[in-house]
Ligand binder design. Structure first.
Ligand code: ADP
Ligand code: MG
Length: 360
């Protein structure tokens, strides 16, 4: 009964707690929050100063007394308090800004049912940590589903049939490779070759080759602007076009600001070890896939999700290397939250795919 009342009074939420971005969607309304997973706080008191985009802008610029950090690293919770603070903030924000007036005499009580996407392969302790974070952020019940499952559902694939589905979710901290059949994950692997690693190798390359120091944010901008996995010639059907960008950083020798112009070929070469590591892991999972499922995958191919799948040409390069059809899901960065939303709207699906969760 109480559960029913809370159900009327609060919005049920789907949350993608990503290492790079947190997305929140409301049942019946769609995606309402899409922010970087960053929290800025006082070092000593741990008092939260800013969350999301505002906090990301502070990264690398905070005075000694403040710190701007990413509470999730490599797909797991690295700073529990900061994760709870972030979840609480978003749950409260959603309830404050989406009072729909139907119960205008009653204050909206933020006690939602939530479905959270978590990386597959997290330990029981880590699952418990995510669930506790959602519950202590005010959720009345928190269900967890595995991200590759959520990504598959979000990209519109049928996960309950006996034919296999192959998902590669390239996020910030990790790339998750998974084979799904009959509503369950048959095999999966999580590797640390993903968006952050790409930024890191770009930073290393600029330092070693040009003696230029740049921050994480600049390296990420370079990747998004001119990064690619495969030569432009191949991506663009033989119309070669090298792309360039100007990078500002600090000269290692002089310590002074300096800018250089750099082309996409060099950045692609810098990125290639990370891209190759992603491909090697896909190949290994294919080798481990039971032959019956492999036949389905040969036919239907691999679906790419996550922000890292937006790297130019990565879909074509994977297809060429693995010799399998590859397609990028529509709006790959929102696949997981859209999958969680479908799950929260469908009790039967929830019962089928949840890995853990329930009432407090
Ligand atoms: P997570 O699920 O870990 O939060 P996301 O799926 O949101 O991660 O993806 C974030 C990653 O995608 C970041 O490393 C970001 O730099 C990268 N990314 C976003 N857009 C692009 C793009 N156009 N090209 C290459 N990488 C991108
Ligand atoms: Mg993700």
């Amino acid at each position: 009964m109480l559960d029913f009342l809370f159900g009327l009074l609060s919005h049920d939420l789907a949350i993608d707690l990503g290492t790079a971005n947190t997305l929140v969607a409301i049942k019946g309304k769609g995606i309402v929050i899409r922010e970087p997973s960053v929290v800025a706080m006082h070092k000593k008191t741990k008092q939260v100063i800013a969350i999301g985009m505002e906090a990301k802008k502070m990264m690398g610029k905070t005075p000694a007394s403040l710190i701007a950090l990413r509470p999730l690293k490599e797909g797991v919770i690295a700073d529990f308090d900061a994760t709870v603070a972030m979840l609480k903030h978003y749950i409260k924000l959603v309830h404050e800004s989406h009072k729909d007036g139907s119960f205008f005499l009653l204050p909206k009580i933020p006690r939602p049912k939530v479905v959270v996407g978590i990386p597959s392969g997290v330990t029981e302790v880590e699952k418990r940590a995510v669930q506790d974070a959602a519950l202590s952020a005010g959720a009345r019940s928190a269900f967890l589903i595995e991200e590759p499952m959520a990504a598959a559902i979000g990209s519109g694939l049928r996960i309950d049939s006996s034919s296999g589905v192959f998902v590669v979710d390239i996020g910030g901290g990790t790339t998750e490779v998974a084979v799904i059949s009959l509503g369950g994950i048959v095999i999966n692997r999580s590797v640390r070759a993903a968006g952050d690693k790409m930024d890191e190798v770009i930073g290393n390359f600029l330092r070693l080759k040009y003696g230029l120091l740049v921050g994480e944010k600049t390296a990420e901008e370079v990747k998004i602007q001119i990064g690619s996995a495969w030569s432009e010639v191949k991506i663009k059907d033989n119309k070669a076009s090298e792309r360039f960008t100007v990078i500002r950083g600090r000269d290692i020798e002089t310590g002074l600001p300096r800018s250089i112009k750099i082309g996409s070929t060099e950045i692609r070469e810098a990125l290639s070890p990370v891209v190759n590591q992603i491909i090697a892991n896909i190949a290994e999972i294919i080798e481990e896939t039971p032959p019956e499922l492999l036949a389905d995958i040969l036919e239907k191919g691999i679906v790419l999700a996550g922000g890292g799948s937006l790297l130019r040409g990565i879909d074509k390069f994977i297809a060429e290397s693995i010799k399998l059809p590859v397609w990028r899901a529509d709006d790959p960065q929102t696949c997981v939250v859209r999958g969680c939303l479908k799950v929260i709207e469908d009790e039967q699906l929830l019962a089928r795919v949840k890995v853990t969760g329930g009432l407090k």
